[in-house]
Design a protein around this ligand. Structure first.
Ligand code: URA
Length: 254
């Protein structure tokens, strides 16, 4: 007897096929990029049967392959690379750095073209969903070089938090590592991942960012991974990430 396949939500199906995270899939749906059985679907919440419904994105049919290997890379992004999967301006793509993989690995979240540092790339849509969802507050640590002298009073202001156009933002921790008249090096830990958040927080204090690097995500660091290089995450690291996500989930009571 064949196992019965239950219908699943369209965005979950897209994530399970490894095309994108669930949140990104929702955007693709609302932008009219997803076709189910020949009809463009733009409403959220539509369910599909993974075996009998034909889903295409950008003309490409999606197929659920439960045996497909999940791969997650920890990449040390150099500056000058974009984290999108294609670029109309033909700038270097982070995916060029791991082109040996046949699987379609997409970056989890984004780093600006001028930001270097730790970036996870995966074909595991569920992992991407967990790491990017605002509910799961994974710590991200940045090393920031600002132009000029950042004083203790500026640091106190940063620690109290700043008003940004999309709401108040306060770091979990911030400290000055090194400073002279020309530049100051800070480290800052945030749990959110709003667009260009670090640069905007520094800008709100009337300083400009000269260099920005993400040095840590949760317990993962760049140790042993040279710029432009990557390593695969170990099973134990993946388990630990999932455990962390589950803890946050329980704490938030959802
Ligand atoms: N914050 C920024 O401003 N830029 C990044 O690339 C990451 C975090």
């Amino acid at each position: 007897m064949k196992a019965k396949i239950e219908p699943i939500r369209l965005q979950k199906f897209i994530a399970d096929c490894g095309l994108a995270s669930r949140r990104r899939a929702e955007v693709m749906i609302s932008q009219g990029e997803v076709v189910v059985n020949g009809r463009v679907v733009t409403e959220q919440g539509v369910k599909v049967n993974p075996l009998t419904d034909k889903v295409t994105v950008g003309g490409k049919p999606l197929q659920l392959n439960p045996d497909s290997e999940k791969i997650t890379l920890l990449l040390h992004k150099p500056i000058g690379y974009v984290t999108t999967m294609s670029d109309p301006q033909n700038r270097p793509l982070v995916k060029d750095l791991y082109r040996d993989f046949r699987e379609r690995l997409f970056p989890i979240g984004r780093l600006d073209i001028n930001t270097s540092g730790l970036l996870l790339c995966t074909n595991d849509g569920n992992l991407a969903n967990q790491l990017m969802h605002p509910r799961y507050k994974f710590e991200k640590e940045y090393r920031i070089t600002v132009a000029g002298q950042f004083r203790q009073s500026d640091l106190r202001h940063l620690r109290r938090g700043v008003e940004l156009e999309d709401g108040f933002a306060r770091p979990l921790r911030a400290k000055i590592i090194h400073g002279d008249d020309h530049r100051t090096i800070l480290t800052m830990v945030i749990a959110e991942g709003r667009n260009r958040q670090v640069r905007r927080m520094i800008r709100a204090l009337d300083f400009s960012v000269k260099a920005l690097a993400r040095t840590r995500l949760a317990f993962l660091t760049l140790e042993g991974v040279r710029r432009g290089d990557w390593r695969r995450l170990h099973k134990t690291e993946l388990k630990q990430l999932q455990k962390l996500a589950a803890q946050r989930f329980e704490r938030d009571g959802r």
